[in-house]
Design a protein around this ligand. Structure first.
Ligand SMILES: [Zn+2]
Length: 241
């Protein structure tokens, strides 16, 4: 086989290996990332509950103010009732007083309801703070484990990069540029085997001349349809021989 072709096949193998590190890193980080997201979600929930409490306090305060107004009004009504004489006036005042008292009851109920709501939200926050602390402890533990895994992957990665660097330094610049240009669109199928006289990248049949060139393997041959670099797999060579 052509020396350059052999180098290109090897180069692609290393590139495929390099690409495989990304999912490996993601996998190694998955547990840590999931706890991290739970951790920050818990914090967000706490913050939003604190906002809700402020809102509840505001509503409660409004009712308290209303209650003050109502008690003022009831005082006024009671002093007025001492002054009025006619039956009609007494009835009208009585009605006003009844309405005000009803409003007092309602405001009191509301205040009580908001107070309960506030307590409920406060205890939710306490629960969340507890799980926040638990997650923090877990996070520290998982972080150590993850870092160990990541360091190992980094080491493997460095080793593959070293091998690639060594290979590249032994290759001709033109060949590398040619490969990189195709790789931009073909990715890990830049150098592709021919099977049953078809390019295994685009699955199109290649003509007899090209096929003969690929079998000879003296030059770098590209697929006439898609432009990928073609090579003959040893096994097939044997089968067809
Ligand atoms: Zn092709």
């Amino acid at each position: 086989m052509n020396k350059y072709l052999g180098q290109l096949i090897e180069l692609q193998k290393l590139d495929i290996e390099i690409d495989s590190f990304k999912p490996k890193i993601k996998e190694a980080r998955s547990e840590l990332d999931s706890i991290l997201s739970k951790h920050s979600n818990t914090l967000l929930k706490i913050e939003s509950l604190e906002e809700e409490i402020k809102d509840v306090e505001l509503k409660k305060r409004k009712n308290e103010l209303h209650l003050e107004e109502l008690s003022q009004k009831l005082k006024e009504l009671s002093s007025k009732s001492n002054a009025v004489k006619s039956e009609k006036e007494i009835k009208a005042l009585q009605l006003e007083e009844d309405i005000a008292k009803e409003q007092v009851d309602f405001a009191n109920d509301e205040i009580e309801r908001f107070e309960k709501l506030k307590e409920q939200k406060k205890s939710e926050i306490e629960e969340l703070k507890k799980s926040y602390e638990d997650l923090k402890a877990e996070l520290e533990k998982i972080e150590i484990q993850t870092n160990t895994k990541l360091e190992k992957i980094e080491e493997e990665k460095r080793e593959v990069y070293d091998r690639k660097q060594k290979l590249l330094s032994s290759m001709t610049q033109n060949v590398i540029v040619f490969y990189e240009k195709i790789r931009r669109w073909a990715g890990n199928t830049t150098v592709i085997p021919v099977k049953k006289q078809a390019c295994y990248g685009c699955y199109m049949r290649i003509n007899d001349n090209t096929y003969a060139e690929v079998i000879k393997g003296e030059d770098i041959t590209t697929c006439p349809h898609c432009g990928r670099i073609l090579y003959m797999e040893h096994q097939e060579e044997k089968e067809e021989a």
